[in-house]
Design a binder for this molecule. Structure first.
Ligand SMILES: [Zn+2]
Length: 298
């Protein structure tokens, strides 16, 4: 298998399960208020964060068109406002496919400078170019929005989960949406063609940990159903340890002369047994293959 088709298959195989596990059930309220008019919406895809008041409506990430529409309807019941800003944490389609459903209601779509091109490239591979709606305002390292009585900081730490990850800090609520920098206690998607680097990712998690406080709340792009998509500073280090564990596992295998197929023939890492999802059994093998490729350049 050549590198390109391997990557395409890897991307396809990795993204599919992210769509599956969190389907809405009728009993489950997808909206949850966290603190000071900031909350989350969990439909299908990466967790949506929101700030809804009579003076501002900010939405972080857009999932897919159907759930984005459902999210808009729920937010519209809370405030009469249009969306002052839709912010994409990164280009992956489970965070941006819903842009086209929210665009008619949004004054602007914000993302890191690298996101439109990464999104275009991924869409070209997936044959979905005609379904894309891109950010119309981009930033390099940081951007600040006054949102009624809240202040929203959008920050870029450098390549990590992708080459264009935005971190969104609601200052007064003391809540940070970290996008896919955290897959809470589950396998993670490592998208090398999308600019992922586990080294940069580990550094970003450590910087987040030192930047924020013990009572800061964090919103994660994805989470194991048992642990959820909201957590604390301590969870950042669990994610860091898991990424370091992946690297250690592959490095030890390389030293022992093992092939990538031998290394990837497991469904969980020995040191991280809870990072496993029944519905995404390829999660760990795919992550191992990506780290192998990252470390060996092959
Ligand atoms: Zn992602």
């Amino acid at each position: 298998m050549n590198r390109r088709s391997f990557l395409q298959q890897t991307v396809a195989a990795c993204l599919l399960p992210l769509i599956g596990p969190r389907r809405l059930s009728l009993q489950e309220d997808p909206f949850r208020l966290l603190r000071r008019n900031v909350g989350i919406f969990t439909g299908r895809g990466g967790t949506i964060g929101w700030l809804a008041t009579s003076e501002a409506l900010i939405v972080v990430d857009a999932q897919f068109p159907e759930t984005a529409t459902q999210c808009w309807e729920g937010l519209h019941a809370r405030t009469e406002r249009r969306i002052d800003a839709l912010i994409n944490t990164h280009h992956h389609r489970d965070h941006t496919a819903g842009n086209r459903a929210l665009k008619p209601h949004a004054r602007q779509i914000i993302a890191h400078r690298n996101v439109p091109e990464l999104q275009r490239r991924a869409a070209r591979q997936q044959g979905t170019l005609d379904q894309q709606v891109y950010a119309d305002r981009t930033f390099d390292t940081q951007l600040m929005l006054e949102a009624g009585d809240e202040r929203v900081h959008v920050v870029y730490y450098g390549p990590a989960h992708t080459g264009g990850d935005a971190i969104i800090f609601f200052e007064k609520a003391n809540i940070v949406h970290v996008g896919d920098l955290v897959f809470n206690r589950m396998p993670c998607f490592i998208d090398l063609p999308g600019g992922a680097t586990t080294e940069g990712w580990i550094a970003a998690l450590e910087r987040l940990h030192t930047t924020y406080e013990s009572d800061t709340q964090f919103i994660f792009g994805h989470g194991h159903p048992r642990y959820g998509v909201v957590g604390s500073r301590a969870d950042l280090l669990v994610m860091r340890d898991f990424l370091e564990g992946l690297r250690r596992y592959v490095e030890a295998g390389l030293k022992a002369g093992k092939s990538v197929d031998e290394l990837a023939a497991v469904d969980r890492l020995p040191d991280f047994p809870e990072h496993y999802l029944e519905s995404w059994q390829q999660g760990i093998p795919n992550a191992i293959r990506a780290v192998y490729q990252e470390l060996t350049g092959s």
